[in-house]
Write a protein that binds this ligand. Sequence first.
Ligand code: SF4
Length: 216
Amino acid sequence: MACPPETSEERKKRARAILRALKAAYPEARTELLHKNSFELLVATVLSAQATDKGVNRVTPALFARWPTPEALAQADPEEVGRVIRSLGLWRTKANNLVALAQRLVEAYGGEVPSDPEVLRKLPGVGWKTATVVAGAAFGVPGIAVDTHVARLARRLCLTGAKTPERIGRDLEALFPRKDWIFLHHAMVLHGRYVCTARKPRCQECPLRPYCPSAG
Ligand code: SF4
């Protein structure tokens, strides 16, 4: 649908109302990927590409039990890793990436996960979205990572007309206070996953309805 014309002031005002509604609806918004530390979060986020969080959570307990540290995973046979994660999409590529990622962490960063998203995104299997999610959730570095849920919701709410995740993220960051960026990512993921779903958005029960030009 076409977004109605509005001034940038009007859009910012609407964005503030959306933020308030999301804070009320998801006061504890955080990732649903199971993890106990930044390494596990990094691995789980790499695995979540083209996979659901539930699917990832089904394989990670066995993965982390067998290879609990970067040092252990760096020594793993990618074939063995593949056997543990083969219920996920792109499992072969992901298995190779995870071992290469762990090797890089050990060789270049002393087995620690870097906190800088610019450094993270250069690691094997780590793109812009994963780097932003991990830097935000593990180290509190502000950023709005854009996955399929965030992108869909941002467009339906007419907060962006951009198509690429990077551009959508920049549009959102211009509309919301920096201190709320990490919360906003998690809240938008949850809202897109459970309310503003791709096929059948549940507009009648949506707390964003008063501020949403796409409300049906
Ligand atoms: S009102 Fe409907 S389209 Fe708009 S955000 Fe809510 S569920 Fe999505």
